[in-house]
Design a protein around this ligand. Structure first.
Ligand code: NAP
Length: 408
């Protein structure tokens, strides 16, 4: 009998899971809690919703790196895309997929070797049994805000609720954290705010606009009039934007099935960031990793998962699945990374992709080498020219195996 697949979430990861499951002849139902596809790429003027998208966000990866296999972005688009461009791409990619909109997954339970998935739609409850579940609910919707409780007299928000630079005209703003959100938001604010102080150990950018001051420290605490850094300096401001990242969250899975450890930064027990160690042929997580090429990586992860689910590739011994977490913690330690960076791949993503293709027994995508080369080139550009690197355009050779930078 044809296996039934449930996909939770219609963002990029969920769409990939649905598309490649259908391509394998499986029966698929996608459940999406909002009324549209795109997940994190859906912009809303309202705050407090699923997406953390803000006005005028441009991708920090070029379209040549972000595309699914054989589905290029429109050729007339520049390399660095607006969020509207990405959403349009995902809408196109989603055509024909069986998506149930406005259906929130309430619970996923194990019953008689099947997954009982309970969803709600308005006041109605729906229960269905599935053989396979892909969890693709994203991980940029639950703010990690260590300063939620504070005595600050001004306005304090998390980057999840940042929308427009024009809301900060003439303000004095502290941006806490210089990850992708912190630096991007600080640069947007430099056009509108009077003064921006970017506080983060990562705040060491070589050239920034004049109204951005970098303080390479951690914030110890938020005080009435601003922030105190680890060395005791107090910086004052009327607004604080906390850009300290996000938590993983799976409200529909109980603790017996899934734990989220290390201050909600480590999803457990998962083999190779995808495969649940106790249900290796039926419960999969797509897109858990941090600092990766996203869409092509999702595609590889889905392919490995499907190889296990359909019996096309042998599932490693149970002990290998179980030991993965301990080994990965040790491995990250050997890279100088704390356990909270368990899912961080960065420059190890290329080796990871090769490994999961081998484990899943599927052919690697030759173009992945071009993706790797462009990503590595950009890594240096971003460090030396964080203001201007998004003006770069790439031109691919006819066979896609080489590229040139056509405009800087
Ligand atoms: P993030 O990558 O988790 O970065 C959080 C930052 O906050 C880190 O630099 C961290 O530094 C810092 N931090 C934490 N506690 C701090 C403290 N007490 N004081 C000062 N700094 C502190 O989160 P994010 O920047 O929100 O990015 C999340 C994801 O969103 C990224 O993976 C990216 O893909 C995506 N994103 C993309 C774009 C784009 O495409 N244009 C824009 C924004 C976000 P330590 O590590 O030193 O603690």
């Amino acid at each position: 009998m044809t296996k039934r697949v449930c996909v939770i979430g219609a963002g990029a990861a969920g769409l990939a899971a649905a598309k490649y499951s259908l391509a394998q002849g499986l029966e698929v139902e996608v459940f999406e809690q909002t009324n549209s596809v795109g997940g994190t790429w859906v912009y809303s003027e309202q705050t407090g919703c699923h997406s953390s998208m803000y006005q005028n966000l441009k991708t920090n990866l070029p379209k040549e790196v972000m595309q699914f296999r054989d589905v290029p972005f429109r050729s007339e688009l520049p390399s660095f895309l607006t969020h509207e461009d990405v959403l349009e791409y995902l809408q196109e990619f989603s055509r024909g997929l069986p998506i149930n909109f406005n259906q929130t997954v309430e619970s996923v339970e194990r019953i008689d070797n099947m997954w009982k998935v309970t969803t709600h739609h308005g006041t109605g409850i729906n229960e269905q049994l599935f053989d396979i579940v892909f969890v693709c609910n994203g991980h940029y919707f639950e703010p990690n805000n260590p300063y939620k409780d504070n005595d600050f007299q001004g306005t304090l928000i998390h980057s999840h609720d940042y929308r427009r630079a024009k809301d900060y005209i003439d303000k004095e703003v502290i941006v806490i954290g210089a990850g992708p959100s912190g630096i991007d938001i600080a640069l947007q604010l430099s056009d509108t705010a009077r003064k921006i102080t970017l506080i983060s150990r990562k705040a060491t950018y070589p050239t920034l606009p004049e109204n951005i001051t970098q303080i390479s420290q951690h914030v110890k605490k938020v005080v009435e009039n601003g922030c105190e850094t680890d060395d005791g300096t107090v910086i004052t401001a009327d607004t604080i934007i906390v850009c300290t990242g996000y938590f993983y969250r799976y409200p529909f899975l109980n603790d017996e099935i899934l734990q989220v450890k290390e201050n909600n930064q480590l999803v457990s027990p998962i083999f190779e960031h995808v495969v649940h160690a106790d249900y290796p042929d039926s419960l999969f997580f797509i897109g858990l990793n941090l600092v990766t090429i996203t869409f092509p990586l999702f595609e590889y992860q889905v392919k490995m998962a499907l190889a296990f689910a359909t019996g096309k590739a042998p599932i490693p011994d149970r002990q290998v699945l179980i030991d993965y977490e301990r080994n990965q913690i040790e491995h990250q330690k050997s890279r100088g990374l704390e356990t909270r960076f368990y899912h961080l791949l960065q420059n190890e993503q290329w080796e990871y992709l090769r490994r999961i293709a081998k484990i899943g027994g599927f052919e690697e995508w030759p173009y992945m080498k071009t993706i790797e080369n462009i990503t590595q080139y950009l890594h240096e550009q971003r460090k030396s020219n964080v203001i201007g690197y998004k003006n770069i355009n790439f031109k691919l050779s006819d066979d896609g195996m080489d590229y040139e930078v056509v405009r800087c």
